[in-house]
Design a protein around this ligand. Structure first.
Ligand code: SF4
Length: 344
């Protein structure tokens, strides 16, 4: 991946980002040097098993790392509409600058609406809060915009739903409220953290197509975090596969699904049940994700890798450029990589 390539529509450029958690038991390298670009109008899916660091990475883009976590290195360059750029990683998490960006220019749909929405306040109060923080709007104007947004995300009777409390709504309706809340200020980047995990398949499909539709309307960049490869195939333009805090493969959705190179990506794809393949047993990835306190030496995937070589146990692989925006962090490609290889 060429992170230095300054495409005109680059919205967020993440370089060498590291977020570590300093616990009594030791340091957890939750995000350990990731590079990625987000583009206006495009969707990037960040995939990987639970605990790979994808949610921590995305919270970091809003500078909301929970204690005892800390950004220890790297930059998150956000290009504003006026052409200026700001490094989110350097901002005070409680300062005015990030508050002006968070919720307005970059917003997030969290995984679980029941824990992210307040049950003590009406939908309307929660939707209008962002408008009152970021725009000089009267109460009536804010309410009108909130009703329009509830309608836009497909909630029936938005003029009544606005006065409901979230606990009186179904899971699908609450998720739509979360999306409406995230879109109230017309953000440039929408981060959606497993937004459909808790939903039934029909509602899941509706939410996915809703996000796509709204992306076209707002020309937003969308960062989708999921472990569901079916969702990835549906929504992604680009895919970054994460393992133990690092991106191990990056490419377009077609590349990742049709010519995956990294053994972890290949194993992930094989583990999806497919009805057209005549087999009775699933093909899970062998072994378990290692404890973050006992990170394997060399390539961290080596204890589970079917292509492991002797030197994988001692040598950390760099990122190898496989051409056309496709890259993999695996020693199998060290002799085939292009000269512009990026060593991390
Ligand atoms: Fe497997 Fe070695 Fe590649 Fe790691 S570097 S993914 S262990 S082949």
């Amino acid at each position: 991946m060429d992170v230095n390539e300054n495409k005109p529509d680059t919205l967020l450029e993440v370089v060498g980002l590291k977020v570590h958690f300093f616990t009594d038991e030791g340091v957890v390298r939750a995000v350990d040097g990731i590079d990625l670009n987000l583009y206006r109008g495009r969707t990037l899916c960040l995939v990987g098993e639970s605990g790979c660091g994808k949610s921590v990475a995305c919270r970091t883009f809003l500078n909301i790392v929970r204690s005892p976590g800390r950004i220890v290195d790297g930059s998150i360059l956000y290009r504003k509409d006026d052409g200026t750029a700001i490094d989110i990683a350097r901002l005070d998490p409680k300062g005015d600058q990030i508050r002006r960006i968070r919720g307005k220019e970059i917003s997030m749909v969290f995984q679980e609406p029941m824990t992210s929405l307040s049950m003590m306040h009406t939908v309307g109060d929660q939707l209008c809060e962002a408008l009152s923080i970021h725009f000089a709007m009267t109460k009536d104007e804010a309410r009108e915009k909130a009703i329009a947004m509830l309608g836009r995300v497909g909630l029936p009777k938005p003029d009544r739903t606005i006065d409901e409390y979230p606990f009186r709504l179904s899971g699908g309706m609450r998720q739509r409220v979360m999306i409406a809340m995230a879109l109230m200020c017309d953000p440039n980047l929408l981060i959606a953290d497993e937004p459909t995990t808790a939903l039934d398949v029909t509602t899941q499909a509706q939410i996915i197509s809703l996000i796509k539709e709204l992306q076209e309307q707002f020309n937003m960049a969308v960062l989708y975090i999921t472990h569901d490869l079916g969702v990835v195939a549906e929504v992604a333009d680009d895919v970054a596969v994460m393992y133990l805090g690092r991106i191990v493969e990056y490419g377009t959705v077609d590349t990742i699904f049709h010519t995956p190179k990294h053994p972890y990506t290949r194993a992930l794809l094989r583990s999806i049940p497919r009805i057209e393949i005549d087999r009775t047993e699933l093909d899970p990835i062998k072994g378990m994700v290692p404890s973050p306190f006992r990170r394997p030496t060399g390539c961290p995937f080596h204890p589970r890798c079917e292509s492991v070589m002797d030197r994988c146990r001692t040598t950390e692989p760099g990122v190898y450029d496989l051409g056309e925006g496709h890259s993999a962090r695996c020693l199998l490609f060290e002799n085939t990589a292009k000269p512009e290889e990026v060593e991390k």
